[in-house]
Design a protein around this ligand. Structure first.
Ligand code: PRX
Length: 662
């Protein structure tokens, strides 16, 4: 990397990097801006094979749109079949199991192709067909990739649920999707422990009346199996043919559902398309990570999140790349596991989240220094803003000041990366994500919908034509779709839910942007997205609690963590029961949502700030936790409670506590 001679903390790609990069001329931004639809159509033809080409590139009926109308393609075909002629024996997936004594598994494109076909045939034999939802509660094992691709092959919709969500969370998502089929594993390994899945989900299978449960016998733990309903993966694929005709998937069809948290109590089933989604996933993988045929791409993102879909699976395979999956914890058996994996496998591209970088940094530099990481060429960050200090450590200790850090901003809804600097163009600036990727238009609006000037904070929005990877709606909830994304500035402007600031620097005639984080009621806990309303719903189900508000509290490693403000029934003796109730709150959240949402702090209070109409004003709770100025408190109908709250959270901000009592 080359340091900017004038601007502090600004880096540009070296000549070497530019020479190698797919994209190194900023004119691409202008070209894409002139005609974004034509740009995406050209890239769709270059990056994918289509069974039938489109009659029309894009159609827009705000807030709905569709890309490549009339086209047909298949995601599994594009990830596998078309690479066979030249790359049959190339490794597609390197799988690193957690137990260090266990052998790595390598799957070539031919292996994957055959196994995907076999599993696709097995799914068909179970009666699963195009348009059927299938829920996954699967760890990072090769069968998860195989099963996802098999769904794509036959046009069934996978709905993958993160394994750190609870069985109840799986149930909610199965019910919403009307899914009666589950794929899971007996157990998997994490942090040296055997974590059971099948046994834990049995109750849910009964409750929803599941038709099929396919079980990968990963840890050989002898899970309970119900005759007729439960099938071992190995047994159902053993006699299947290694070829399955790929189903043609149309532009209006869905290729998968992925549940994510929004501002309402229930997670939303985000619908993604096939060919259009794949176009953005493929192009951004190639350009943003500068993926070349011989590269090894290690994305630490779990398949339960959109990053796992687009960059641990589809994007790299669409490009004929080699992707590396690791099953377990970065600390097992020691906190250098990721660095060891990079060293031993000569990884070239490494994509992870700031929270993980912060956590590993705390373990000490010696763990990184022990390993030769010179194979790395590109580093990527995702999930939350990366603070300059963490950026600096990642850049220096992991990337040896050689590798650009692509700070990739996007969402479950956008399907692929929308804002980031590109390796061969730059610039790379700590905490600045970059310009929009070619073909995407972003802006930052003030409350009235006017674009802000550089340096002024506002709301990050996207403008038409949105990238082809963009969501196609919320499953069975058109109102939620409109309300959540298309109501802030009307139905032609997509509101991301994030705050941001343009900076006074341009690339390709567009300002770079700094993303400052969510400004709606959504948390990013260790890069995992959770709705405050979801956590509140879980806690409100406790009989002892009458009112609850959940907000994000800053955390050194995780970025933010859920903090709970709870009001108990008047007859509860808090002095005696405080600890017990705190435990109950943690338990109910873990049970209803999962360990990922565990509250970090609970404050029992006599009231929470509300508007005249009784709506909780979380903004004040957040400011109190962050020691920030509270601003205008005249909208609070019960300002006295602020004094108690300030005391509870040990507020050290600029506001005088006494002023809240008036
Ligand atoms: O708040 C932004 C944050 O993650 C949110 C999207 O979460 P999710 O749909 O789970 O997808 C995460 C992975 C794409 C965004 O609304 N976010 C994501 N990437 C960044 C980020 N915040 C700042 N900088 C980023 N690079």
């Amino acid at each position: 990397m080359v340091k900017d001679p004038e601007k502090e903390n600004v880096y540009w790609p070296s000549e070497n990097l530019k020479e190698k990069a797919w994209i190194s001329d900023a004119k691409i931004y202008e070209k894409a801006r002139r005609d974004p639809k034509a740009f995406w159509a050209e890239k769709a033809k270059e990056t994918l094979d289509w069974f039938e080409e489109w009659e029309k590139i894009e159609e827009w009926n705000p807030p709905y749109f569709n890309w490549f109308i009339g086209s047909k393609t298949n995601l599994a075909y594009n990830c596998l079949d078309r690479h066979l002629e030249e790359n049959r024996n190339k490794t597609a997936l390197i799988w690193e199991p957690e137990p260090p004594e266990e052998q790595q598994r390598l799957l070539t494109y031919q292996d994957l192709y055959e196994q995907v076909s076999k599993f696709a045939n097995a799914l068909k034999d179970l009666g699963i067909k195009k348009g059927d939802p299938i829920t996954f509660w699967m760890p990072m094992i090769p069968e998860t990739a195989i099963a996802a691709l098999a769904c794509q092959r036959i046009g069934a919709w996978h709905s993958i649920v993160y394994t750190a969500f609870s069985p109840n969370a799986v149930k909610d998502r199965m019910e919403d999707a009307e899914s009666r089929n589950l794929i899971t594993a007996d157990a998997f390994f994490r942090g040296g422990k055997t974590l059971k899945l099948k046994e834990k989900i049995d109750r849910v299978l009964e409750e929803i009346g599941a038709k099929n449960c396919i079980v990968v016998n990963r840890a050989k733990t002898d899970p309970p199996m119900k005759k007729g309903r439960d099938h071992f993966y190995n047994e159902i694929v053993s006699d299947e043919e290694p070829y399955c005709e790929p189903e043609p998937i149309g532009a209006e069809d869905i290729s998968f559902l992925l549940y994510t948290s929004g501002t309402t109590g229930k997670p939303k089933g985000i619908k993604h398309s096939c060919g259009a989604y794949a176009t953005q996933a493929a192009l951004t993988t190639k350009w943003v990570f500068d993926l070349h045929p011989q590269d090894i791409f290690f994305s630490t993102a779990d398949i339960g999140w959109i990053t796992g879909h687009s960059y641990s699976l589809y994007g790299p395979l669409l490009n004929g790349g080699t992707v590396l999956w690791y099953e377990g914890s970065p600390y097992h058996p020691e906190p250098d596991r990721w660095w060891k994996i990079i060293d031993e496998n000569k990884v070239n591209i490494f994509y992870t989240a700031p929270t993980a970088i912060r956590a590993l940094r705390r373990k000490g530099d010696e763990w990184v220094e022990k390993h030769d990481l010179k194979s790395l060429r590109i580093l990527g960050s995702v999930g939350e803003p990366i603070d300059p200090d963490t950026w600096g450590w990642f850049f220096e200790k992991v990337g040896g000041k050689r590798c650009p850090i692509v700070d990739t901003y996007w969402q479950t809804e956008t399907g692929g990366i929308i804002i980031t600097s590109i390796p061969g163009i730059g610039p790379f600036i700590p905490s600045v994500a970059g310009p929009a990727v070619p073909g995407i238009k972003y802006d930052v609006f003030d409350v009235t919908g006017k674009p802000t000037e550089p340096g002024t904070s506002g709301k990050v929005v996207l403008k038409h034509p949105f990238g082809p990877g963009m969501l196609r709606g919320v499953h069975k909830a058109p109102d939620k779709y409109k309300e959540e994304y298309w109501s802030e500035y009307g139905d032609e402007i997509y509101f991301t839910g994030d705050g941001g600031r343009k900076i006074d620097m341009e690339i390709g005639e567009q300002n770079l942007i700094e993303i400052t984080g969510r400004i709606d009621d959504v948390l990013e806990v260790a890069g995992h997205r959770l709705g405050t309303a979801e956590i509140e719903d879980a806690i409100s189900s406790l009989a002892e609690i009458t009112e609850v508000a959940v907000v994000g509290k800053p955390h050194d490693v995780k970025g933010e963590v859920p903090a709970v403000f709870a009001v108990t029934k008047s007859d509860i003796d808090l002095e005696r029961r405080e600890e017990e109730l705190k435990r109950k709150i943690v338990e109910i959240v873990r049970k209803k949502i999962g360990p990922v949402a565990t509250p970090d702090a609970t404050y029992f209070v006599s009231d929470v700030p509300k508007t005249e109409s009784g709506k909780v004003i979380r903004r004040f709770l957040k400011s109190l936790l962050k020691d920030e100025k509270l601003g205008d408190v005249t909208t609070v109908s019960n300002p006295r409670c602020l004094k108690e709250l300030a005391k509870k959270v040990n507020y050290k901000g600029p506001e005088k506590i006494v002023s809240f009592t008036t």
